[in-house]
Design a protein around this ligand. Structure first.
Ligand code: ADP
Length: 477
């Protein structure tokens, strides 16, 4: 009999997405569903198009009382691409313009919003669902579920996945009251964190198993440099921690079928990739398609190497290249990018979240820039390689695990290849871009590497099997 797993996430593609977590929260369950009986659960934000996805009310609502405040929760259901999806609606959780707040600050009551989400998930599991063997929790927003499972002595095992240690869900101590959690949890072995409450610690301490999204990141978060204040705490639990590299949904992110593109192509039909480049350059009014096209797509945050990128763009722009940037994030970076775009005729910057443009960029580009300060896994580099775009990455976290240096290019090796640099400094990044320009003129080798990358398997197949193994091991105990 197959294991029953409920995958709990605060964002799932295509219903609601702010980053890679949403991609993973769809693609991993989809891959798992080959062998595991998996269902998904997330908040029903008001931005989710109920009609488009066929989301209907179960007709069942329940009341949760936390710290003498009553919250009404209603659950909804949809079958999406064969996956059972549950949605929890409650006014405080759902009726907001954004998922978590703005790029500069989260909603002040996110403790209650996501604490309530966790209470509601547990209530749902106890009262409405057929019994689950495993709850697979993701990031701080669902971490409190692990604590509640232990507190209520439920016969369910929990796996907790850390997608990004930088987001820990830190709130004032009074959160414990607001969520009806005992003061006993306010110790350094439990949720207390420098006089505040840290939700992520609940996932780490109370889950049966912890995963992160790449083997390198699993090691890095145990160090002072990358542990973001939790390295010591994580070390205590390192016996139940491992890293599993994310995949991408290769059916969805496929240049062969992607409907956003001007022209579909595959590893054999690379000239069609050039059509996408020509059209894209025209659409953003950049000229000279003979220049290599470098792109950056992502959140404008320190994590993604924004200072380094912004400080290096002046020099990179002189290399006879075109550069297109798409993203959203902190205002100081918007300001810097606006200035740069005005000054350099070969740099185009677009602000906002735009799925279609991002796909067109992956198809059009020669190189993807990813100079991350840290990178738990990163999906962009895998999407890029699948579209025949060579990544230029810093050797950190999942970038290190998914992109091998072209200096060691070997067409018999089943790995993606790109330009890899170690140091987080301008010289290293600019030098890598110079190498990229040189490689661009070695047409045969360039084509060979692009083709090789496009023929690699970046799907979830192998990683889903590893998660399945973990589910089996913990439920056996
Ligand atoms: P993150 O740290 O933001 O989760 P990942 O590399 O794991 O980064 O995943 C990022 C995902 O979001 C990729 O699918 C990427 O293409 C997409 N993405 C990021 N920023 C944008 C944007 N501004 N417009 C469209 N897609 C974006």
């Amino acid at each position: 009999m197959s294991l029953k797993t409920l995958f709990v996430s605060s964002e799932i593609y295509p219903f609601a997405k702010s980053g890679g977590l949403a991609d993973v929260s769809y693609a991993l369950p989809k891959a798992l569903s080959e062998n595991v009986d998996v269902a998904l659960i997330m908040p029903l934000y008001k931005s989710i198009d109920r009609e488009k996805f066929g989301i209907t009310s179960s007709g069942v609502s329940f009341k949760l009382t936390l710290d003498s405040v009553n919250y009404k929760v209603e659950y909804f259901f949809a079958l999406y691409n064969g996956l059972k999806c549950y949605f929890l609606y409650s006014e405080i959780l759902s009726e907001r313009d954004n998922l978590y707040g703005t790029a500069n600050s989260g909603y002040e009551d996110n403790d209650v919003r996501f604490g309530l989400f966790c209470h509601a998930v547990i209530h749902f599991v106890q009262n409405f669902a057929t019994s689950f063997d495993v709850l697979h929790l993701n990031d701080w927003q669902s971490a409190i579920c692990a604590l509640l499972v232990k507190e209520k002595k439920l016969n369910i095992k929990t796996v907790f996945t850390i997608h990004n240690l930088a987001y820990q869900g830190i709130f004032d101590k009074s959160s414990l009251d607001r969520l009806d959690l005992s003061e006993d949890y306010f110790t350094s072995e439990s949720l207390e964190y420098y006089e505040d409450v840290n939700f992520l610690k609940a996932g780490i301490a109370y889950s049966d198993y912890i995963t992160t999204v790449s083997p390198s990141y699993a090691k890095e978060i145990l160090t002072h440099e990358y542990g973001l204040g939790l390295d010591g705490f994580l070390q205590v639990y390192s016996h139940k921690l491992s890293g599993i590299l994310n995949g991408i949904d290769t059916k969805d992110f496929s240049p062969k079928t992607d409907e956003s593109l001007w022209q579909n192509y595959d590893a054999k039909l690379m000239s069609e990739k050039q059509t996408n480049k020509l059209n894209f350059l025209e659409s953003i009014e950049l000229t000279d398609e003979k220049r290599p096209l470098f792109i950056f797509i992502g959140r404008f945050t320190w994590q993604k190497g924004m200072e380094l990128l912004i400080n290096s763009l002046k020099e990179i722009a002189t290399l006879n290249v075109n550069i297109a940037i798409l993203g959203d994030g902190e205002e100081k970076y918007h300001k810097a990018f606006r200035k740069i775009a005005q000054k350099y005729e070969n740099i185009d910057v677009r602000f906002g979240y735009d799925e279609k443009t991002s796909r067109r960029m992956y198809a059009a580009a020669d190189y993807l820039l990813m100079p991350s300060a840290f990178e738990p896994c990163g999906l962009n580099q895998m999407i890029a390689m699948n579209y025949g775009t060579i990544p230029i990455v810093r050797a950190v976290g999942g970038l290190k695990d998914s992109v091998k240096s072209i200096e060691k290019f070997n067409s018999n090796e089943s790995s993606g290849f790109g330009i890899v640099f170690e140091e987080m400094n301008k010289d290293a990044l600019i030098h890598s871009c110079e190498d990229a320009v040189k490689l661009y003129h070695q047409k045969q080798l360039l084509r060979k590497i692009k083709r090789h990358n496009m023929n690699q398997d970046f799907s979830w197949k192998n990683s889903a099997l590893e998660y399945e193994k973990i589910y089996k091991n913990i439920t056996r105990k």
